[in-house]
Design a protein around this ligand. Sequence first.
Ligand code: UDP
Ligand code: MG
Length: 139
Amino acid sequence: MDKTLLIIKPDAVKRNLSGKILKQIMDAGFTVLGMKMLWLNKEQGGKFYEIHKGKEFYDWLVNFISSGPVVVACLRAPDAPQKLRGVVGATDPKKAAPNTVRNLYGTSVGENVVHASAPDENPQREIDFFFKAEDLYEY
Ligand code: UDP
Ligand code: MG
């Protein structure tokens, strides 16, 4: 698997951090195959995060991800899902390694600025959630 999905979450978009975050990720060696901005409704947010249904943070998470626009990008690199999780850092910004995206910009375990597909949770499903094959450019 050499592709993965990145979401710049509404907290980061609202704080005008999209450019900085993308620069950091592209500088780490990822190629953007497709990218767009969109504002998810609660139904779409709930479906994207359905793996978390039943957890105590699910309702909060669905509200959060649909609370403003997001930037979604399909990224390519060798071992893309594992590599992106490394650049992004741990879920809780306080536990994320120094200079990871979440460590630099995250403000809480919920408002942690980005989503990156988990290698063991079907990154392709997440890419397909947002992009048709013809909207991804191999170059
Ligand atoms: N989340 C939260 N509280 C928690 C755990 C997670 O609000 O205790 C949010 C957070 O925004 C996280 C998302 O739910 O990014 C998905 O959780 P997951 O455990 O899959 O973390 P991730 O894969 O994003 O690191
Ligand atoms: Mg996850």
